[in-house]
Design a protein around this ligand. Structure first.
Ligand code: RFL
Ligand code: PHB
Length: 390
């Protein structure tokens, strides 16, 4: 098989890249290790920046997010048992974020790809990438017991944190990493969200909590937990009790409970691999960087990598210019590090750290107090939350 761009991974990065390239008339094949259903079964992100929604529209898959996405003007911080709204819309001159699940976004992209008859190889095993240092890269994989090879001009490594692409170039990569001493226990449940018009981030002496949503009838909640806790340790009842204890009394009383339809524990990590380009191999999304979920930047960063990469590839084919490809890594990393900083900062501000003693605790309290009482500090939070300019 031959194509112009071979894309490894059918998560949001790979699917969005494939769609944008197709719209520009550039052939691409996606090779994915898992089945489509498995990819859709992973419950992850929920909050989209405006640039991400715009990109979905540009890719021709924006109808459903426009119809069903829930626009948020505000976020709320709970600490000391009191709720503090941050008017993100007002502080940023009219910017908003949209609650729309990664599952739905992935669904929209998968449907579009299928309707257009674009090639996607699911359940490909032993995927390997070759010769991206020269001009004729190849991708090899096995499927149903047979070996296959794709010859291409470029390889896009959209294969997430545990993928094969970054692993292949590991000797040329500089890694930066911070692992946090706790995880997030997440629960998905078919009940109306406790706070339908604002995501609520809570800091209490029992730890962090987050109230989010997927629709007006589906809620997503998280609590900070020890990273080595097991899901089996957390009955639904224990989860609801813990969530309520971490919120202000008024919100706690309004939480509607129900049986969980998904429950999982995710570790928190900050990670960046530099550079993001190796000859004709380009890393995008979680393959190149991870943020802790506090601040909801992971999927949005993946989308901006893809915006830069698709633009650079289109420029290569249409205008015979490699200027965008040559600056890809540098442009992405500039934005990535700002999102890394923000996610690390919000994580540090909102969680209880096992080894933080009195002084660190008081400093955290002072910073929260400053944040909600200073327009400058609230504006800095709001600006980062809605997404910094491209
Ligand atoms: P993905 O989604 O991991 O997709 C990579 C795909 O590559 C496949 N793959 C391979 N394919 C072929 N060969 C191989 N050797 C392969 N190895 C792997 C995988 O099967 C997979 O299908 O990466 P991508 O596309 O870069 O997308 C990134 C996002 O998924 C991620 O950043 C977000 O989910 C992060 N995130 C959030 N981001 C936000 O912007 N807003 C949020 O509200 C938000 N909440 C979250 C999150 C992530 C979470 N977890 C569990 C990590 C909440 C959580 C709990
Ligand atoms: C989510 O809805 O899953 C979500 C929302 C906000 C975050 C992280 C996750 O910061």
């Amino acid at each position: 098989m031959r194509t112009q761009v071979a894309i490894i991974g059918a998560g949001p990065s790979g699917l969005l890249l494939g769609q944008l390239l197709h719209k520009a008339g550039i052939d691409n094949v996606i090779v994915e290790r898992q089945s489509g259903d498995y990819v859709l079964g992973r419950i992850r992100a929920g909050i989209l920046e405006q640039v991400t929604v715009d990109l979905l529209r540009e890719a021709g898959v924006g109808q459903r997010v426009e119809r069903e996405g829930i626009v948020h003007h505000t976020i709320e911080l709970v600490f000391g048992g009191v709720r503090h709204p941050i008017d993100v819309h007002g502080l940023t001159g009219g910017k908003v974020v949209t609650a729309y699940g990664q599952t739905e976004l992935t669904h929209d992209l998968m449907d579009a790809r299928r309707e257009q008859g674009l090639p996607t190889v699911y359940e490909a095993s032993n995927v390997t990438i070759h010769d991206f240092d020269g001009t004729r890269p190849t991708v090899r994989y096995q499927k149903d017991g047979a070996s296959h090879e794709i010859a291409c001009d470029f390889i896009a490594g959209c294969d997430g944190f545990h993928g094969v692409c970054r692993q292949t170039v590991k000797d040329s990569v500089q890694e930066f990493e911070k692992v946090y001493p706790f995880g997030w226990l997440g629960v998905l449940v078919d009940v109306p969200p406790v706070s339908p018009h604002a995501i609520v981030y809570g800091n209490s002496e029992r730890g962090f909590s987050l109230c989010s949503m997927r629709s007006m009838t589906r809620s997503r909640y998280y609590v900070q937990c020890p990273v080595d806790d097991k899901v089996a340790d957390w009955s639904d009842q224990r989860f609801w009790d813990e969530l309520r204890r971490r919120l202000d009394p008024e919100l706690a009383a309004r939480v509607v409970t129900g049986p969980s339809i998904e429950k999982s524990i995710a570790p928190l990590r900050s990670f960046v691999a530099e550079p993001m380009r190796f000859g004709r191999l380009f890393l995008a999304g979680d393959a190149a960087h991870i943020v802790p979920p506090t601040g909801a930047k992971g999927l949005n960063l993946a989308a901006t990598d893809v915006k830069y990469l698709s633009g650079a590839l289109i420029e290569h084919y249409r205008e015979k210019s490699d200027a965008g490809l040559d600056t890809y890594s540098q442009r992405c990393l500039r934005r990535v590090w700002k999102a890394e900083r923000f996610s690390w900062w919000l994580t540090s501000l909102m969680h209880r750290f096992p080894d933080t003693e009195g002084f660190g605790q008081r400093v955290q309290e002072a910073e929260l107090d400053y944040l909600v009482n200073s327009r400058a500090a609230s504006t800095a939070l709001a600006e980062n939350y809605v997404g910094l300019p491209l």
